[in-house]
Design a protein around this ligand. Structure first.
Ligand code: AMP
Length: 272
């Protein structure tokens, strides 16, 4: 993979990378499009990274369909698909990890301890393996975006990070490979997450600046659907990810919830 990238770069081409865990959907493909706009050769990596899953999470069941992914990539004009086996990327005695110590303490990091260490480590490895000039990530995983931008800044990776907006189903549900786990009724129930975020956008637009009031309205919207259990609804500064009490600047409203046994996340940025 490195040799392939170096050949492209030496011939003056810019290499773009879209890291994914596969089971591709239009959210992923929108990132491919952004990579195409900025680079000459686009690499999609497909790797269900074992070290970002906690014990008891869905590593073994995570949806996989490489043939379909490959076809979607071909149709989208992707130049190369990087699809390593776990043992190709991790030596049996792998012992070096990348730990971010501020941005990943709250939100999903609090509920999935060790998850972002796995993410930062695999992204650092992918940067060293694929040697991209540009890497594209999705705002759907807002905390991951903040982490990657910090990783690049603090470890001086020569990679430009581009963030693509959240792509949604026509009814508002944020696209996710994990939506595959939802039963038909759960699929309907999951819509309350987007409705709650829309409510926050709406209250903000109509002048509400009270975090407590907006959070309570969102909580009420989700609590009305018994099958959905809120893990968190948090209001944080969009760049530091520190909790805010006042609505000044850009505020990231991030939520995580379980719909049945499926954990879903979504977010919106107020004041953007
Ligand atoms: P995943 O395969 O879920 O690890 O996601 C790979 C990349 O696609 C990450 O940068 C995600 O943030 C991004 N992504 C996932 N879902 C969406 C979506 N609905 N809209 C935009 N980007 C997304």
């Amino acid at each position: 993979m490195q040799a392939w990238s170096l050949t492209h770069k030496r011939s003056g081409k810019r290499v773009g990378l879209v890291p994914t865990m596969g089971y591709l959907h239009q959210g992923h493909m929108s990132l491919v499009h952004l990579a195409h706009e900025r680079t000459d050769a686009v690499v999609v990596s497909i790797f269900v990274n074992p070290i970002q899953f906690l014990p008891g999470e869905d590593l073994a069941n995570y949806p996989r369909d490489f043939e379909r992914d490959e076809r979607l990539c071909r149709e989208a004009g992707v130049t190369a698909v990087f699809y390593p086996a776990p043992e190709e990327l991790y030596a049996a005695d792998h012992s070096v990890y990348v730990d971010e110590t501020r941005l990943t303490m709250g939100l999903c990091g609090r509920h999935r301890p060790g998850h972002f260490r796995g993410v930062a480590t695999v992204v650092a490895k992918l940067f060293n393996v694929v040697l991209p000039d540009v890497a594209v990530f999705g705002q759907k995983d807002a905390q991951q975006c903040a982490l990657i931008q910090r990783l690049v800044r603090d470890l001086n990776f020569p990679v430009e990070i581009v963030i693509g907006p959240i792509v949604r189903e026509p009814d508002g549900l944020a696209m996710s490979s994990r939506n595959r786990y939802l039963s038909a009724p759960e699929r309907q129930e999951a819509l309350c997450l987007h409705r709650a975020l829309e409510l926050a956008d709406d209250l903000y637009r109509r002048g509400s600046r009270d975090v407590k009031v907006i959070r309570e309205a969102m909580g009420g919207c989700i609590a009305a659907v018994p099958a959905v259990n809120i893990e968190f609804i948090e209001f944080v500064d969009n760049s530091t990810l520190e909790p805010v009490t006042a609505m000044t600047g850009k505020v990231l409203v991030a939520l995580a919830a379980r719909v049945g046994t499926t954990r879903l996340i979504d977010n919106t940025v107020l004041g953007a």
